[in-house]
Design a protein around this ligand. Structure first.
Ligand code: ATP
Length: 235
């Protein structure tokens, strides 16, 4: 289980996260909803070691403290981030991008099995295996980014707005794949603008405003909550 408590982080004088706490179990999808600038990206970056939390933060995976580890050690511990904007290498092929994801020691022994898993989840990537990623569509590039993170054999996957820029059809397909990923026992912490679809998919939801948690509950309960409907579901 990923266990986050008392996480605060600032950029200079600006406090972007103010005492965030949450958990993500294996085989569970937790969605974070919040307006632009609420701190969602900062939260994922802090868990992934790209932003330093203030002293007193707890970020642990199965009891192991990750809060001061460098990003590569956090990947090695089992937490992988798919950043907003994907962070893939356009000049490299699908294959090369995926294999880069398997650099972690924890991933070596499972490389072939993980490649099978990724190409099973995203058959399109098998078709485009030798193609440079920059020549692929936005949806295909998102598949590469998620596939690369899965190649590190994560226990917990952090996804920053994966549906951004995707057509409604591709978005639906993407969410189906996320359900399959959950089915493999991976825990998913998902940041999404698409509140309606993500609450259908997720097990639990957390609402963030200006760096603080202002609500949380089961996804089913949140999706019928009038305040949530007004703020996030356009009701
Ligand atoms: P969005 O949905 O627009 O991506 P978000 O919820 O992910 O928003 P963050 O990107 O985490 O929000 O930003 C939280 C706050 O921190 C914002 O006020 C933002 O302007 C500020 N911020 C983010 N990154 C930096 C940075 N590198 N330097 C200074 N301030 C930053």
């Amino acid at each position: 289980m990923l266990d986050v408590a008392r996480v605060s982080a600032s950029y200079g004088q600006h406090l972007a996260l103010d005492g965030i706490g949450l958990t993500v179990a294996r085989g569970e999808i937790v969605v974070i909803l919040g307006a632009n600038g609420a701190g969602k990206t900062t939260l994922l970056k802090t868990i992934a070691g790209l932003v330093r939390p203030q002293p007193g933060a707890r970020i642990a995976l199965d009891g192991r403290d990750l809060a001061r580890l460098p990003p590569h050690a956090i990947v090695e511990a089992g937490v992988a981030l798919v950043p907003e904007g994907r962070g893939i290498f356009g000049e490299l092929t699908v294959r090369e991008n995926l294999l880069l994801g398997a650099y972690a020691d924890r991933a070596h022994a499972k490389e072939a099995a993980n490649l099978d898993l990724v190409l099973g989840l995203f058959p399109r990537l098998r078709e485009r295996y030798r193609q440079p990623v920059r020549t692929m569509s936005g949806g295909e590039q998102q598949m590469v980014a998620i596939g690369r993170a899965l190649m590190s054999a994560p226990d917990i996957l952090l996804l920053d707005e994966p549906s951004l820029g995707l057509s409604p059809l591709l978005c639906t397909e993407l969410f189906q794949v996320l359900a399959q990923i959950r089915g493999t026992g991976i825990g998913v912490l998902l940041v999404e603008q698409n509140a309606r679809q993500s609450l259908k998919l997720a097990d639990r939801g957390i609402l963030i405003e200006t760096g603080r948690i202002v609500g949380q509950g089961s996804a089913a309960a949140l999706s019928v909550d009038p305040a949530v409907q007004r703020a996030y579901l356009g009701a």
